[in-house]
Design a protein around this ligand. Structure first.
Ligand code: GMT
Length: 379
């Protein structure tokens, strides 16, 4: 199949899933055309089946906001026409689903029928999309997509609850490339981070408000009093300075390392003992899955799709949002006993394999075939 993939190219989870999916599909022989404003962050290797079409925008004194949507629609039309695309797969509803609808209408003028699959990822539904400024457009364009997927059962239900969407939504979970995300021996790195062999806690995110990074700091503040430990903060974003300020004021910054955005997170997870994800909302929690694949148990909130990934009392623990004392007590429970940690770690790894690339990617492939098949049988 020839597939046009539209996504955000940045560090957000939706862009990561879109890129990893595109790479996996290219390896399986499909032709993948990424259409976005920058090279996707995880797209570095050359592959004969992968093409990148950069959306070119033009600034003009009249514009306060650059009309990216128009430029994107034009590029989608161009790529579909000249590369004979079979399908558009757009990730994150805003504005990609509505732009895809526009591109599809324009392509009809050229007698081309290119179906659209929209994948809902999270904040496009739970946070931003709910806003009245976007809701009618999101509902309409999701309904106009020939196929819709969501990354968890929670997100599927949240879409029906918050939007007037009637379209069927298929749940296809996030996945890990199991050949990359596995625990490898990084003893030299571990010794560097914890010369006294302390435990290592990790948080990875884009440090937005929804990630509750101050809760991460508060959990660690309690844990370090009971279990000698270090905290690695991976990623960057608006709330990073608040987190830095918190540990400076409380005097425990020497035990916290802010690593910024990192490409080889699997190497960091390979020295991890516990992953913290106390988000206010999380439609799936890809970062937690990647950590679990590297045998790291997870302490998370029980919000959104997280309970579909983190099995309470088995692969880690889940708690109500903001319950930092309970989260810290659960963390200590896992960390203070090596035998217990090993059980949680093994369970985390075993469960992560239910979300392997080889299990999930064929589900997308089958869905593409169904959607393309339905369209050709109608026309
Ligand atoms: O908010 C983020 O973490 C980024 C966001 C995105 O769409 O770029 O991530 C969402 O999509 C990921 C991939 O499907 C999910 O694993 C994340 O749980 C989800 N984030 C939220 O729901 C907050």
């Amino acid at each position: 199949m020839k597939i046009g993939v539209v996504c955000y190219p940045t560090y957000g989870g939706s862009g990561v899933v879109a890129t990893e999916l595109g790479k996996a599909l290219a390896q399986r022989g499909h032709q993948i055309h990424f259409i976005t404003y920058n090279r996707p962050i995880r797209l570095s290797l050359f592959s004969e089946n992968i093409f990148f079409h950069q959306v070119q925008t033009k600034d003009y004194p009249l514009f306060e906001f650059i009309p990216y949507e128009s430029a994107l629609a034009s590029t989608m039309v161009d790529v579909a026409r000249y590369h004979n695309l079979d399908l558009f797969h757009v990730h994150y509803a805003i504005p990609h689903a509505s732009v895809a609808y526009l591109a599809k209408q324009i392509l009809k003028e050229y007698d081309l029928d290119v179906p659209v699959i929209t994948t809902l990822h999270g904040t496009d539904i739970t946070l931003v999309g709910k806003n009245q400024s976007y809701e009618p457009v999101v509902s309409f364009s999701v309904d106009q997509s020939e196929g819709v997927t969501a990354v968890s059962n929670f997100l599927k239900e949240a879409t029906y609850e918050n939007f007037s969407v009637r379209n069927d939504i298929k749940v296809i979970y996030n996945f890990i490339d199991e050949s990359r995300f596995q625990r490898t021996n990084k003893d030299h790195f571990r010794k560097m981070v914890t010369p006294q062999n302390e435990k290592i806690l990790i948080h990875t995110s884009n440090f937005r408000k929804v990630k509750r990074v101050l809760d991460v700091m508060k959990i660690f503040e309690i844990v370090r009093k009971e279990v000698p430990s270090k905290l690695l903060m991976v990623g960057d974003g608006p709330d990073r300075s608040k987190a830095e300020e918190y540990c400076r004021e409380r005097g425990f910054c020497s035990d916290v390392s802010f690593l910024g955005s990192q490409n080889s997170v699997e190497e960091i997870y390979s020295i991890g003992d516990l992953f913290l994800l106390p988000s206010a909302s999380e439609s799936f929690g890809l970062a937690a899955l990647e950590a679990m694949a590297c045998k790291v148990p997870v302490i998370a909130s029980n919000t959104g799709g997280l309970p579909e990934l983190v099995l309470d009392g088995s692969t880690g623990f889940t708690s109500d949002v903001g319950k930092v004392e309970k989260m810290a007590a659960d963390a200590i429970h896992i960390l203070e006993d090596d035998k217990r940690w090993k059980e949680f770690s093994d369970n985390a790894y075993a469960h992560s394999q239910n979300f392997s690339l080889k299990t999930i990617v064929p589900q997308y492939e089958k869905f593409y075939e169904e959607v393309i098949g339905t369209l050709s049988s109608v026309s």
